[in-house]
Write a new protein. Structure first.
Length: 292
């Protein structure tokens, strides 16, 4: 199986050439590997180190930043309220406004880190959104994904809930946290969940993870990206709780798998502009449905 890891050189100017590049960034000469020019033509042109960096920001950086922000918040709250017991502290920290501040800071730090990685590539990134056909196709993907979500909810989630006697308004852990933020800080939550979140996730999981894995073959890229993207929204603590919590997480998991499939296809075929547009609009539609 051919891989696309080792750089080659441009046959015209002899500048180092990433095997995924469609053309030489120095002189514009097309990549002599015609197959690479076809299968990677819509990828955001990044070298392997930047792809790994974006992936690390999403998978590792977000967790690290989240832990740091959480520790600082706990220290600040304890300092301001020395008489609070653990229940009072946990109740405050799990409130919608605190969750919003916590997630906003963590995501902004991730976005800043990505900005440093892409310091020389932001112009190329934004110019991709001038490919209006791909942006329009991203809108179609968002609408399709939204319809699939509704159908899945009506045909699977609702019947399972009804059969097991689970309240129809019950959400999985991830959605419950988001709903609390939407109800408490709607304007801020909109920008976080509908713009900042989708942009960072598309850079991390599509431009980073998918693009990197595609160097070893697109089937591998699709399988792992879809699975990882779905499970970052999954609460593994449900297995400790068991019962309703576990059922709710498992029943809702396919919704995230559908999202991972759609967004990966959209990125592969219609670029970062297509998948980011789809992700932003889908999240925005979900936000307003929840707000209403």
């Amino acid at each position: 199986m051919k891989t696309y890891l080792r750089p080659t050189s441009c046959p015209h100017c002899h500048h180092k050439l990433d095997p995924q590049a469609v053309r030489c960034p120095e002189c514009g000469t097309p990549n002599p590997d015609t197959r690479a020019r076809v299968i990677f033509k819509d990828f955001l042109p990044l070298n392997v180190y930047k792809q790994i960096g974006l992936l690390a920001c999403s998978l590792i950086g977000l967790s690290i930043f989240s832990e740091i922000v959480a520790l600082i918040l706990v220290a600040v709250v304890k300092g301001q309220n020395p008489g609070w017991d653990s229940d009072q502290l946990n109740a405050y920290l799990s409130s919608g406004s605190v969750n919003f501040v916590y997630m906003l800071i963590a995501y902004l730090l991730v976005l800043l880190s990505m900005g440093l990685i892409l310091f020389k590539d932001w112009r190329s990134y934004f110019e991709r959104f001038k490919r209006y056909k791909n942006v329009l196709i991203g809108i179609v993907f968002a609408i399709s994904l939204f319809i699939v979500g509704i159908v899945y909810s009506l045909l699977v989630i609702s019947p399972v809930y009804a059969f097991l006697g689970i309240d129809g308004s019950t959400n999985n852990a991830n959605q419950s946290v988001l709903n609390t933020m939407i109800e408490t800080v709607p304007v801020g939550a909109f920008f976080l969940l509908s713009i900042i979140g989708p942009v960072t996730e598309e850079l991390g999981y599509r431009a980073g993870l998918f693009s990197f894995l595609a160097r070893f073959g697109k089937p591998l890229a699709y399988i792992l990206t879809i699975i990882i993207f779905a499970f970052i929204h999954f609460d593994f603590g449900c297995f400790n709780e068991g019962g309703t919590a576990m059922i709710v997480e498992l029943v809702n998991l396919p919704s995230y798998l559908f999202g991972g499939i759609a967004l990966s296809i959209c990125y592969d075929k219609f670029g970062i502009e297509g998948s980011t547009t789809a992700h932003i609009l889908y999240n925005a539609a979900s936000f307003f449905i929840q707000l209403i």
